[in-house]
Design a protein. Sequence first.
Lengths: 408, 119
Amino acid sequence: MNTAELIPHLFRTEYRKIVAVLCRRFGFDQIEMAEDIASETFLTATQTWGITGIPPNPPAWLYNVAKNKAKNYLQRSSTFKSKVSPEIINSTPDFYETEIDLSPENINDSQLQMMFAICNPIISTEAQVGLSLRILCGFGVQEIADAFLTNKETINKRLFRAKEKLRALKIKIQLPGSSEIDERLAPVLTTIYLLFNEGYYSVSQDKTLRKDLCLEAMRLCTMLIENQNTNKPDVNALLSLMCFHASRFEARFNKNGEHILYEKQDTSLWNTDLISKGGYFLSCAASGNKLSKYHIEAEIAYWSTRQADTKEKWESVLQLYNLLLQIEYSPIAALNRTYALSKANGKEEAIIEAEKLELTDNHFYFALLGELYTDLNNLKAKGNFEKALLLAKSEGDKQSIKKKMDEM
Amino acid sequence: MNEYLILMRLDLITKEAQPSPEQMEGYMKQYHDWVGGIAAQNKFVGGTGLSMEGKVIKPNNVITDGPFAEVKESIAGFVTIKAKDMDDAVNMAKTCPILLGDGNSIEVRQITGSHQDNN
């Protein structure tokens, strides 16, 4: 790799570590300083490596520069002295001399703690996902804007407001105590799951970016599992579910980036390694007595790794959706449940149930009705597909609906 | 939207009225599909089946075993739902598969949200 390729790569893997460590050390209210120092470190690397060549151990080089920059900053900055609570300085005798600890253990701890600081319901879920992408995953603002199909200014504003809010709250960067860990884990898991879905179902056409989002979500979840305080059954269930879904990543799109319907996917492209990992984490999730929505969704995702239409499969999936909807309603789960109902109990019953859903602003709703009416009443099927086409926003969705119409 | 209690009653004492394990499995599937259908409309609030054992407590500290010592219609389970009005709630309750059994019944009551009598 040359400098031009290496730096963006290192930015993705190292920026977040430097920010987390500095932020943990100096407090959340110094997050902008932490980000500035990390950014400047990469600027220095770009300038220096272009002349002197790439150092033998690039991450170590970056850490060193970051440490020095942090020290200089602290010594220079009078605002820091007045802003940072004096007790930190007083309680740490050699505050300015102490090495900034960029050991693997401290990096890991810091990142884990940052996760809990950022995934806080006090800021909107969009802001949590955005901040996670920036601070925990080292995504550039442009990349985040691409993922959300918006522009840099919007993302910058959103991130800035979120940081201000967290700062005002005086968020502590630490792991929650064992008594509140379940409660605090919930929003962390939600954010990780949203991050994954953002990649998996995103309207963005950029396949590499989408895959990166999914992998980052899985990496964050793995970090939670590797720490014994946060290695809980629902965390394992979430990772299991993401492994099962991610196993189909390569089979979901053709060469032109068009979505391939599940039934049409080439199962030889499914990643068997991820499928068995999903199975492993699902078995790890089977302890304790709490059945979370992630458990149910992971089991549904498990059935998705078996393409063949069997009675057992659809009956199991239907019962899982029956259960999932009682825990947490969502329109997409309601629609999927109705599809499973048609496979398990027949189309006639599913149509009656589908008509009750009244999700008339949802193109998936009409696409489902179209599919259920196909062969039973093709005129109605066509009418529903047409309604779906009118409501569908993304090109990929429109293509999928057209394909269904052609098959009719 | 108001909340309604759907109280399911069935005969838990007459021996002939008890389903075989296979029949029971079929009934449970129908029941789960019925609850799932309510949940899919975002109208499920809560509720669950009940254990076959229980105690009945009467004045003067009279406690007897079983919820069904004297009546043929025992409470089998309850579900609370959201519905526009009583008619809507009754329509949802009507499709409960428990009504496929002779002598079984369902009672629908609006949940008032307070302990006072709203009527």
